[in-house]
Design a protein around this ligand. Structure first.
Ligand SMILES: Nc1ncnc2c1ncn2[C@@H]1O[C@H](COP(=O)(O)OP(=O)(O)OP(=O)(O)O)[C@@H](O)[C@H]1O
Ligand SMILES: [Mg+2]
Length: 282
């Protein structure tokens, strides 16, 4: 079942002194309930602009966006739409507003007018989901980057969204923080059925998704399962993107005549494929 749909969306930023800048061109996509969709694209390809259309922060110049059949063009739907689609930004410091973890997570539902007793329940639940319950009375500024980003995710979860849109949530984090955040996002999707749209520059993160969209100059130029999209190494390089390292290793070996499948994504799959090839050649 579909949760979100964009239909022929084009968008221009109006610059007073220059010609309008076309950033999205005829973008049509759907996000299905429960799916994990990754959006890839070179810098400036329009990913963040697209994400801002998902919760009515931006409205299309032409075309339309529906969230659960509510059009973002109708201002009376904005509150419902923003409740349905929660946004997590790149820098958790821009998203966190209070000094204490649980106060921060309570901020969103407080603003929605949720009853105090219900807020306490939601804060508990959200902190448990991101595995930060033990830090509920800690100072936000003493947390690591990965912990801060998980608290930011909890703050969005406490508003009970149906869909999480994460715009490069791991870009400012070290490898440990990235792993923590990605484990959390994956768990929310797999175990709690949360619909996830992840914008990322990390191919390994996109490889975890059910489906990948590739954007280039405001258009969707590729779409499919990660194994399909990443098997097209040259096509991705043409839009200045890489593939996951295990995929690249197998691609380079294949070019040297080693018989390996084109759809390897993970280290485990690469090991399997190489072991099978090696045994076959003995
Ligand atoms: N507020 C704005 N006003 C004018 N132009 C903008 C504005 N925000 C973004 N742009 C331009 O729109 C284009 C797309 O930007 P956008 O931020 O959507 O790309 P992106 O794919 O998210 O890039 P990145 O990977 O760097 O985050 C860029 O050329 C950018 O300079
Ligand atoms: Mg961006």
């Amino acid at each position: 079942m579909e949760l979100l749909r964009t239909q022929n969306v084009s968008f221009q930023y109006e610059n007073p002194e220059e010609l309008p800048l076309s950033v999205l061109r005829d973008v049509s996509l759907t996000v299905r309930r429960g799916e994990f969709l990754a959006v890839l694209g070179h810098n400036g390809s329009g990913k963040s602009t697209l994400a801002k259309h998902f919760n009515a922060m931006l409205l299309p110049t032409t075309g339309a966006v529906w969230v659960e059949n509510l059009s973002t063009a109708d201002e009376s739907h904005w509150l419902d739409i923003r409740r349905t689609v929660g946004m997590v930004l790149q820098n958790p410091d821009n998203q966190l507003v209070s000094t204490i973890v649980e106060e921060d997570v309570a901020f969103g539902p407080e603003n929605l007018g949720v009853e105090p007793s219900e807020i306490a329940v939601r804060v508990n639940e959200a902190l448990r989901l991101v595995d930060m319950l033990d830090y509920r009375d800690h100072a936000v500024h003493k947390l690591s980057g990965g912990q801060k980003q998980r608290v930011a995710i909890a703050g969005v979860l406490a508003m009970h969204p149906d869909c999480l849109v994460l715009d490069e949530p791991t870009a400012m984090l070290d490898p440990k923080g990235r792993r923590e955040v990605m484990d959390t996002v994956r768990r929310l999707n797999r175990e709690n059925g949360m619909t996830v749209v992840l914008i990322t520059h990390y191919m390994e993160e996109a490889a975890m998704a059910d489906r990948v969209l590739v954007m280039e100059e405001g258009e969707i130029v590729r779409e499919g399962a990660p194994s399909e999209v990443f098997s097209q190494v040259e096509q991705l390089r043409a839009v200045q993107l890489d593939v996951p390292q295990p995929t690249e290793l197998c691609y380079e070996l294949r070019r040297r005549g080693v018989q390996l499948p084109p759809d390897v994504l993970t280290v485990e799959q690469a090991v399997e494929a190489l072991a099978a090839e090696w045994e076959g050649s003995l």
